[in-house]
Design a binder for this molecule. Sequence first.
Ligand SMILES: [Cu+2]
Length: 461
Amino acid sequence: MTTRRLFLGGAALAAAAVGRAAMAALPEPVLRTDTASAPPLEPSAGRPYRPVVTLNGWSLPFRMNQGVKEFHLVAEPVIREFAPGMKAQLWGYNGSSPGPTIEVVEGDRVRIFVTNRLPEHHAVHWHGQRLPNGMDGVGGLTQPHIPPGKTFVYEFEARRPGTFMYHPHADEMTQMAMGMMGFWITHPKDPKRTPGYADCDRDFVFLLNAFDIEPGSATPKVNTMLDFNLWCFNSRVFPAIDPMVCRLGDRVRIRVGNLTMTNHPMHLHGHEFVVAGTDGGWTPPGSRWPEITADIAVGQMRALEFIADEPGDWAFHCHKSHHTMNAMGHDVPTMIGVDHREVVQKIQKLIPDYMVMGERGMADMGEMEMPLPDNTLPMMTGTGPFGALEMGGMFTTVKVREGLARNDWRDPGHYRHPAGTVAYEWSGATPAPARAAAPASASDNPPLRARKPREGEPHAH
Ligand SMILES: [Cu+2]
């Protein structure tokens, strides 16, 4: 909290400018800086629904005002811990990046107050919703921008059940690169009569987002187009992304929205899932096929559904291998097969701490305690029951356990594998490999001969 106050010097001024009297009619803004996944927020009023769990995030409480569901979003600078040892200066909503998840029910009349405590103007776009054009939140196109210190009101009916996102549509490149985004769930009014929709026992939501933060610094470089170095679920990186804990046999839904600048093939181990929903709605069951990887393009949302029927700790990650790493070391040269012992001895006379890395691959980095710049995470990190995981970035686990209570979301710790079910070292004799016999003469298998262009011909000039 102290750090937050220190950092918000400018924002506090803007807040004062909003004025106590003007704020009196607004719903109290609820702020949360905790990075742990909040338990599902049961609806306090209005139509019933089964709330979601936002990974390393939370759902925004609302108030009912004469039949209208009212929320108060505050756009402001925030400090976000990506993983222990690294905090970033971001922009977000209500104390966190991403902002809180908004949960409503199909048919709800919704009023959202948006207070701008940023140093520049703002506007919020409700990605995927059916609404009056003037509520779509595109600064300059459908509304005037929200100046710093001002509060605007958005009001519309949540017409279509589904999974949506919200994000700035004002200086969008900067504001999204700084971490401004959030999820929006419109639960179906009549779940049993909503085509393609099924109630789930565990319903997780998170956004894919990416940042470019130089090792040793804390503010994202907002002009980066592709070369990001921190690949996140909800502004967190492995090993600090919470596991998704499921009871054996649960019907599970994971809704993933992509607000990065590239696609992410999201991959689940040990189970098959179907894409049961997109940001366009629930998919017809006859259109689904089993998958273990779903590529999620920029600006898309995919709702993945499966039965968690295999106990264990199952990896769930982006399949681009650079996206399961953190910031340090992507630029180091490949040293596999290079014997540089002699050079190292010479360098160590000058720099005693100099280390050899990468001769046998990069796995050493997962175990090595390397000195890093302040506020920097190792490239490959995390430990499991069998040693170093050598991961980072967009990686977490789906933990499937027998005998959990229906509402138990706590991390059950490492999976305890039944005896005889873990890969083990072969201790017997290793037979010589059977190889194909060498050809009897060279003419059976003539050597490949490359012919250079214009070989044997005189040069043109
Ligand atoms: Cu990825």
